[in-house]
Design a protein around this ligand. Structure first.
Ligand code: NG1
Ligand code: ZN
Length: 543
């Protein structure tokens, strides 16, 4: 074991004494200046995970939609999934070990997992465009080399591109070429083949405006654009040339604020979309001729995609079980539409992609999306094989063509994780194939007015939830209070949960009108403030 060199290397990335962090919903996330030691240690952990699984493990340096001064790190497991949950505790223990405890914590992981330190290992590293990301990724590399492991630094990549590369490398290229170039080639081929099948192939389609959140997504879209022409014309805003990352722009801003980002030139009725800071989320929107703003979020995306797939399955004559997985944040109208009109089973998972991903794996075709625009579609091996077979043996020309379209969707969607670029191409292809405008897509169902707010409390762990986070069991009295408040409004629903990525309690409410959704959200905030130890000023009403 090379633990001596590990300790020497660790001393160069010393942990600030007393600082504790938690491997949360999406890895570690906090102010960048507190993360050097965490990065070094996640380099160590990635090597151990690689030795254990005998596969390449990914490490992505990003804080996604969070402000530019934050940063974070996520580990990517062999097939491109998030780090298995059983290892999150090792990540937390390692990140929080004081220097003198590090050797013991490492030795314990090695023992508990029966890791043979002589085994080979390799780590794939990627980073977003944050100013702090380069030096933090060097800290990861220091950790990796302290354990004498192989590694490859992929530099600036979107989070989904790193997931894709890890999956490709661990499946001997069966998922695609393990490079950013390979990613562009695979996706653009599937996209172009899909759109080609459109009855009225509209080469002159109006342009899609993209808000790149001043992040990595805009760099990568610029690189990819030439592969998509002439079938898709794009106009990029917030491309990082001057604005700040995620500041007044990006998918999270648009979703939470329910308004357009700064820095975009929106023409009435034109399609626009926003990526988040690491390009794993996307939301669409447009402004009508009366200046009204319309948001098409992850729920609308899930509906569009699942409807399209279901229609193709009927044409192909395949009886595969398909389900949509959402979280408590899904708009009530979307759930109702999917269940009652589309007759698609809907499941509710806890917030956090790993929970949705696991649930979606239970079906032949699992479509999962968080309302914030993070999601993808998973096809089981059997589903993929049956679809591929029917591209050749389908009963009619129509069914073979439908099977080909499904095959193209399989190749176009990034099955490893939610991916703004891949999702955008799937959506653009569907709109083009169905001849749908963004307005028509929006009219499929009408969202219930809703509001998302946050409350700061002394310790957010005082809130405990059940039923996929839709009800609280702690602190006493809070759920009863929320139930009473909800009863005051029509078509209403509300819930609260501690955030896994920010030190806040999130509050969500929906109701028949925006005024009522806002009022209910505010009243629930007050209940949290009073019953769960609010700090600072009492939450103020929105209007
Ligand atoms: P938290 O902070 O746990 O609510 C947020 C998002 C999640 C997920 C993670 C990871 C909402 C309400 N929550 O989690 O859906 O995307 O960040 O980025 O959007
Ligand atoms: Zn993200």
């Amino acid at each position: 074991m090379h633990l001596e060199s590990v300790l020497r290397s660790s001393a160069r990335h010393a942990k600030p004494a007393g600082l504790t962090l938690q491997y949360g919903t999406a890895g570690f996330r906090t102010k960048a200046e507190h993360l050097d030691h965490v990065m070094h240690r996640m380099g160590l952990l990635a090597v151990l995970r690689s030795k254990k699984t005998k596969f390449i493990i990914g490490v992505m340096v990003t804080a996604s939609h969070n402000p530019e001064e934050d940063n974070g790190v996520k580990l990517v497991d062999p097939m491109g999934e998030m780090l298995v949950q059983e290892w999150e505790i090792y990540a937390t223990n390692l990140a929080n070990a004081e220097e003198h405890e590090l050797q013991t914590v490492l030795t314990n992981i090695i023992k508990q997992e029966a890791i043979n330190m002589q085994d080979e290992s390799s780590v794939a590293i990627g980073r977003d465009t944050r100013p702090s990301s380069e030096s933090l990724s060097l800290a990861v590399i220091d950790g990796v080399t302290a354990l004498e492991s192989k590694y490859q630094d992929y530099g600036l990549v979107t989070t989904p591109q790193l997931h894709y590369i890890v999956c490709c490398r661990n499946t001997d290229g069966r998922y695609g070429e393990p490079s950013v170039e390979g990613y562009y080639q695979k996706l653009s081929k599937a996209f172009n083949d899909l759109v080609k099948q459109s009855p009225e192939c509209q080469a002159e389609k109006e342009c899609l405006s993209i808000d790149g959140a001043n992040g990595i997504g805009s760099l990568k879209i610029k690189e990819m654009e030439r592969y998509l022409q002439p079938r898709l014309s794009l106009q990029l805003f917030n491309d990082g040339s001057n604005g700040r990352l995620n500041y007044m722009c990006g998918a999270d801003y648009v979703k939470v604020q329910q308004k357009p980002p700064e820095g975009i030139d929106m023409k009435p009725n034109e399609r626009c979309c926003s990526f988040d800071g690491d390009a794993d989320r996307i939301v669409y929107y447009y402004k009508d001729s009366g200046d009204g703003f319309h948001l098409l979020d992850g729920d609308k995306i899930a509906t569009l995609i699942s409807t399209f797939i279901k229609e193709l399955l009927v044409k192909v004559g395949l009886e595969l079980n398909m389900a949509v997985v959402q979280t408590a944040y899904a708009n009530g109208s979307s759930t109702r539409y999917l269940e009652e009109v589309m007759k698609v089973p809907v499941y509710c998972a806890k917030t956090g992609v790993k929970h949705l991903h696991h649930k979606a794996q239970e079906f032949d075709i699992g479509v999962y999306f968080e309302a914030n625009g993070h999601g993808t579609v998973l096809f089981s091996k059997t589903a993929e094989e049956q679809i591929r077979q029917l591209t050749k043996t389908g009963a009619s020309e129509e069914s073979r063509k439908a099977a080909q379209m499904l095959e193209n969707v399989i190749n176009l969607i990034n099955q490893t994780v939610g991916d703004a670029i891949s999702d955008m191409l799937v959506i653009e292809a569907i709109l083009s194939l169905k001849g749908l405008t963004i307005q028509k897509w929006n009219e499929i169902y009408t969202d219930l007015p809703n509001r998302q707010l946050k409350v700061t409390v002394a310790d957010r762990k005082v809130i405990d939830t059940t039923d996929a986070e839709r009800r609280t069991v702690k602190p006493p009295g809070l759920q009863e209070k929320i139930d009473d408040l909800v009863k005051k409004y029509n078509m209403s629903r509300a819930f609260v949960r501690p955030s896994g990525t920010e030190d806040v309690v999130r509050v969500y409410a929906e109701a028949d009108t925006q005024e009522n959704a806002d009022a209910l959200a505010h009243e629930v905030c007050l209940a949290v403030y009073h019953l769960a130890g609010g700090v600072g000023d009492q939450p103020k009403p929105l209007r």
